[in-house]
Design a protein around this ligand. Structure first.
Ligand SMILES: Nc1nc2c(ncn2[C@@H]2O[C@H](COP(=O)(O)OP(=O)(O)OP(=O)(O)O)[C@@H](O)[C@H]2O)c(=O)[nH]1
Ligand SMILES: [Mg+2]
Length: 265
């Protein structure tokens, strides 16, 4: 799938993931094929055709290399259906953005999917599909306005408005430039020690978001994140034989930490 003119695909962690979600039979797989410009997902008029999330990595201009995730309908029923729904929800954890595909009026399932996306802060666009046959596609688009996200009328099988949809997606995807915080400070050891004060101010049983994001960023860049509290910092550095590129901590303990960290780090 690599295009020799564009270099190798970035590592999976750096590729943008776009999940296509919605009820069964709304045209999610058809839309994947329309975006990809090729038949990569199975389409049929039988609801429940897609039974497992399908990941497909490809170049979509102007987005660049992306992984499209086709998902089973989130309104699937029965015991097996429930398992499929769970897999679709899990696939959402990987998504940087999503397309909610609809072909009818909003109902409880759309509310459910929107709340899933909102809870995970996943930006999304609503694609009102089958606008080639649905006379009231324009009316439907109005019905989705209260969700306060972009709405695009498309017809996956006709390729209608697909480039508009991709344009909207590109405006939703997080700007990678803003992301790296620590990664560029990782040197040849690719090792960072995070010193986290665990005191009364720390949330019970949890790390706070910036701490979690710092760990995630380090491991996404193939680095090693070592996490410790200020009292154990000296011992930690001793055990690592000072093969550490950076020590990161909170402003409240920076002075204590500075006393322990050797000058070469
Ligand atoms: N008229 C029309 N039919 C469409 C369009 N897009 C998809 N369909 C039809 O809708 C049916 C379902 O399409 P799929 O792409 O399999 O839908 P899906 O959402 O992936 O369905 P599941 O995998 O079962 O959840 C098929 O018969 C498609 O041909 C469209 O733009 N216009
Ligand atoms: Mg499908």
């Amino acid at each position: 799938m690599n295009n020799p003119n564009e270099g190798p695909m970035p590592h999976t962690a750096f590729r943008k993931h776009i999940a296509i979600v919605g009820r069964r039979n709304v045209g999610k797989s058809s839309l994947i094929n329309a975006i990809a410009g090729q038949d990569i997902a199975l389409v049929s008029d039988v609801p429940g055709t897609t039974t497992d999330p399908v990941y497909k990595t490809l170049e979509v201009k102007p987005l660049g290399p992306v992984t499209l995730i086709d998902t089973p309908g989130l309104d699937d029923e029965g015991l097996l259906g429930q398992k499929r729904v769970e897999r679709s929800i899990r696939a959402l954890y990987k998504a940087d953005a999503a397309i909610l595909v609809v072909d009818g009026k909003p109902g409880p399932f759309e509310d459910f999917i929107v709340s899933l996306l909102r809870n995970q802060s996943i930006p999304f666009v609503i694609a009102v599909n089958k606008s080639d046959v649905t006379e009231e596609a324009k009316m439907l688009a109005k019905d989705y306005e209260p969700f306060s996200v972009p709405v695009v009328e498309v017809a996956a099988i006709k390729g209608k408005n697909i480039s508009e949809l991709i344009q909207v997606l590109s405006s939703l995807l997080p700007d990678e430039e803003e992301k790296p915080l620590l990664a560029h400070l990782l040197g040849q050891n690719k090792t960072a020690v995070l010193v986290i004060p665990v005191d009364k101010a720390a949330p019970k049983g949890r790390l706070i978001m910036p701490q979690v994001e710092a760990i995630r960023e380090i491991i996404d860049h193939g680095g090693i994140a070592v996490v410790t509290r200020p009292p154990e910092l000296k011992e930690t550095l001793g055990k690592l034989h000072y093969n550490v590129d950076i020590v990161v901590t909170d402003s409240q303990v920076i002075m204590d930490v500075d006393k322990v960290v050797p000058p070469q780090i």
